[in-house]
Design a protein around this ligand. Sequence first.
Ligand SMILES: NC(=O)c1ccc[n+]([C@@H]2O[C@H](COP(=O)([O-])OP(=O)(O)OC[C@H]3O[C@@H](n4cnc5c(N)ncnc54)[C@H](OP(=O)(O)O)[C@@H]3O)[C@@H](O)[C@H]2O)c1
Length: 173
Amino acid sequence: MIALAVMFSNWVICHNNQPAFKIEPDHDHFRRLIENKVVVYGHHTLDILPNHKPLKNCKNIILTHRRDLDIPDATIVTSVNELQFVLRNFEPDDVFLIGGTELFHELIDLCSRAILTIIQEDIETNSTSEFFPRLDQRPNWLPGRSSSTHFRDGHQFHQQRFINTNFRKHTSA
Ligand SMILES: NC(=O)c1ccc[n+]([C@@H]2O[C@H](COP(=O)([O-])OP(=O)(O)OC[C@H]3O[C@@H](n4cnc5c(N)ncnc54)[C@H](OP(=O)(O)O)[C@@H]3O)[C@@H](O)[C@H]2O)c1
């Protein structure tokens, strides 16, 4: 599984209830990566997807504790164990963890890699700020490839990959 997130340079992924990806101009990059792949996300993240619906052209797996939940075009799982069981049917590199904050913190060490789009601004934090796990402070995570800086819509951003060294076979990231 690969974590996919958009953040500011200081690891903020949501600020004043505004997810960082709403101002990230390169949605094409996100769409290209997840097309026909599996996306895993928490129940709350559904609320910030377009029309509050599962993403088109990919298999959506949503985590919730609510066993009664029925969401068209999505597979519901109610525990991490169940998620891992379902994911055995897919290639790990075809599975993307796309949020939200709770799920990133809970599942990050089950990911072999993280592909982070970084908006090169240190946004001022306040009590609403939500952070991605600090991979730069975790001994099992190492920085991988990073892209050149892109400029669009008044923002500078780049992609930075991180590799989970507990997954040795993915060190090419
Ligand atoms: N910048 C980015 O790239 C990005 C991307 C996505 C989201 N976000 C941000 O993330 C935030 C939303 O995230 P969030 O932390 O509020 O919620 P979330 O991670 O999307 O979902 C949390 C929910 O997932 C379910 N869940 C969590 N662990 C579970 C487990 N072990 N078993 C079963 N269900 C489990 C629970 O749902 P139930 O309550 O239904 O039981 C829980 O309330 C927003 O602020 C958004 O802006 C940022």
